[in-house]
Design a protein around this ligand. Structure first.
Ligand SMILES: Cc1cc2nc3c(=O)[nH]c(=O)nc-3n(C[C@H](O)[C@H](O)[C@H](O)COP(=O)(O)O)c2cc1C
Length: 190
């Protein structure tokens, strides 16, 4: 995972003057990642597809915006990524994660557990913070989060696991939108 100075990918660059075609593919458990995907779609003009609903094939696009929540220390869509890895690694990729924690070592560790290193090395990652409403949770998730909060030494994080949180912020999609605009223009380097 790198920041701004890394090439966005050198394959699939259209001839001069053409516009690169991209799409958003996302997973969501309780809707917040879907909400971010829709905000990014509105801001960029890209279409957004829930990977569980189908509707489009990643092979049809020049670049990909992939969004996933972190659920139990893993990116929810890690199996889907592995299944489609051959296609994904051919293209410039922006990954946005949605989590309780903000960007940092914990999140980096969970990403490293979820995605192959060669993808991590070449993708652009933007960390967004989500929402958790205890009233929406399944019984199983509620119970697991109660247990998690009892075991969590970070008291603030433990409170959030127990009582929920809402860090949804439309403005935080800015870095994703900026990267999309560069990719649309066929730009491959910072
Ligand atoms: C069952 C469950 C497990 C979660 N596990 C983590 C976690 O390990 N780390 C974290 O930072 N956030 C965790 N979260 C917070 C979610 O990442 C956050 O609520 C996110 O907005 C959920 O996205 P969604 O609404 O698209 O499903 C968890 C939330 C739930 C409901």
């Amino acid at each position: 995972m790198r920041s701004g100075a890394v090439p966005l990918g050198s394959t699939h660059v259209p001839a001069h003057g053409d516009v690169m075609k991209g799409a958003i593919f996302y997973a969501t458990r309780y809707g917040s990642t879907g909400q971010y995907a829709r905000w990014i779609a509105e801001a960029t003009g890209l279409d957004a597809y829930d990977i569980d609903a189908g509707g489009a094939s990643i092979g049809d696009f020049d670049f990909l915006v992939l969004g996933s929540p972190v659920i139990y220390h893993k990116l929810m869509f890690w199996k889907w990524v592995r299944r489609h890895l051959d296609t994904i690694v051919e293209k410039p990729v922006i990954v946005f994660t949605v989590s309780g924690v903000s960007a940092g070592e914990k999140l980096d560790g969970w990403i490293a557990e979820s995605l192959p290193q060669d993808l991590i090395d070449r993708m652009h990652h933007v960390a967004l913070r989500g929402r958790q409403d205890p009233r929406e949770l399944t019984r199983y998730d509620r119970m697991m989060l109660i247990i998690g909060s009892l075991m969590n030494r970070d008291r603030q994080a433990a409170r959030e696991e127990l009582h929920g949180f809402d860090f949804m912020d439309k403005d935080s999609i800015g870095p994703v939108v900026a990267l999309v605009e560069r990719l649309k223009a066929g730009e491959t380097a910072a």
